[in-house]
Unconditional design. Structure first.
Length: 202
């Protein structure tokens, strides 16, 4: 099927629709992350009971913080990538949707990890979370390679090979950190991933 061709005067409007929709998905993903937090309900509450209840949420809070910055990181990457875009194709729209699909899964995988974070013998929740991060990184790479390809004629200007490789490097680092953490004890891996990811993003 051939590409639908709109009037050139509507090109920027169509690109804005893609960007606004993408921003909305990222905003929803970040909002869904915090929904996992419920205010503790304690009958005959005391400071000690409340503190114990909040301390029990510690790992869930750490998972939220990591996921928040990861979603924010990929939003900033997406923002920079689409800053180069001056045209679009149907394939770009679908690749972008697949990337957004991986992003919108993060609240689920993060919530699953947070819910069972105190069960140190369980490996599936963390494994699913890591797979989600890897999927997001892969789709980010696919999107970047497609957009940066000069043959697709989507760019405001041609991007140097060095800049393309740098973009790939930044796409690979976060999932690489998570994959390395899989063999570590879960409580330790969350701390390591949290610190290294935050330092890298910063």
């Amino acid at each position: 099927m051939g590409e639908a061709r709109h009037d050139i005067s509507k090109m920027h409007y169509q690109l804005d629709r893609i960007s606004f929709f993408s921003d909305g998905v990222f905003a929803i993903a970040i909002t869904l992350l915090v929904i996992e937090f419920k205010v503790p309900i304690i009958h005959d509450a005391t400071d000690t009971l409340l503190w114990d209840s909040l301390a029990h949420m510690g790992w869930k809070l750490l998972g939220f913080i990591i996921s928040f910055f990861i979603v924010g990181y990929y939003w900033s990457v997406h923002h920079r990538i689409f800053g180069y875009v001056n045209n679009y194709t149907s394939r770009l729209i679908w690749l972008n949707l697949l990337f957004l699909f991986s992003v919108i899964l993060l609240p689920f995988s993060s919530g699953l990890l947070g819910e069972y974070s105190s069960e140190l013998a369980l490996h599936i929740p963390y494994g699913i979370y890591v797979l989600n991060i890897v999927l997001t990184a892969i789709m980010n790479v696919v999107l970047w390679l497609y957009i940066s390809n000069p043959q697709k004629k989507l760019l405001t200007h041609e991007i140097s090979p060095e800049r393309i490789r740098l973009g790939l490097y930044f796409s690979y680092v976060v999932p690489f950190i998570f994959l390395l953490s899989v063999g570590l004890p879960k409580s330790f891996s969350l701390v390591v991933v949290g610190l290294t990811t935050t330092v890298f993003i910063w």
